[in-house]
Write a new protein. Sequence first.
Length: 340
Amino acid sequence: MTSDRQQQVINLKNELATPRRIVLTNHQGPDGDAMGAMTALYQFLRKMGHEVTMITPNDYPEFLHWLPCNSETVNFMRQKEMATAIIEKADYIFHLDYNQIKRSADMFRPLSASKAVRILIDHHPDPSLPANYLFSDSNASSTCELLFNILKIWDASLIDRDIAGCLYTGIMTDTGCFSYRSATSYTFTVVSELLVYGIDRDAIYNQVYDNFSAQRMRLMGYCLNSKMEIFPEYRAALITLSLEEQRRYDFATGDSEGFVNLPLSVNGVRFTAFFLEKDDKIKISFRSKGSFSVNDFARKHFSGGGHLNASGGEARTSLDETVRKFRELLPLYKDELHAQ
Ligand code: 5GP
Ligand code: MN
């Protein structure tokens, strides 16, 4: 951490020397990193004596419901009035694991109107969210990795096994179990420090990755059998899932988590897209291996963003039209997809 950043962390610590009303927020469709960071920081700030509320923009997957303090989260989509009132009263607001206000979905209204001191802790490139404290580092594997650093500077003695477990969850999920390039030697240093708190790595892995319904496994089989399309000439692949198909498989939030990665296991595939039909839009996930930037691709064509090798976006066109647009874009990227 740079000395300037370290000073900022200390300045914020000094501001938090007296009890404050604090709201923690994360991005729409919170993932393991977003929820891990939120629950870790929640427990830490409560130990410091603050009044803290966690507010997620919407639901998050069942496989994260085991996280400590999960039941204390407020869901903006389901508890709009209460959540808005809490945001209005906040002295401090943390933006965790997102870099644009629109990533907080409908929560962007009360968040934009708030006069609270804002703190951003995030690892997505090019943050555009105005913040009084900006802790942004796109070289960090995860928000949890960054947060661990901050908590250590604030008061290492307050970090306990539960907090360490939450942070580990975020690092594990955002690095694809330490398989992505974003997992650096520093990431492993952080993990080794977290292990000292006695976290149960096996239990965390099982809760997150071996905790799905039989229907989700059948849906995965269906996607691989009938929905995966491979474009060898572009080293690309796609999977789509319509609302009707989701109904057929009793789809629950999080059931398609990770499906976008599946075609990357196919020999030669370097770029994948997963299209999930929602009531009002198509939610798209992109993944790549190597130098092809799915962050650029999502930003340019699908109103999205993310990281070099993992991004997402959306479209307000039909599923067919959205997929057609994607197919038509592939030839334009042929050279880039072959350069590694
Ligand atoms: P996922 O495919 O898992 O939803 O998202 C992968 C990555 O892309 C995450 O880091 C997520 O924050 C980012 N991302 C997903 N959807 C969007 C989007 O609509 N806009 C932006 N800016 N980033 C997104
Ligand atoms: Mn993240």
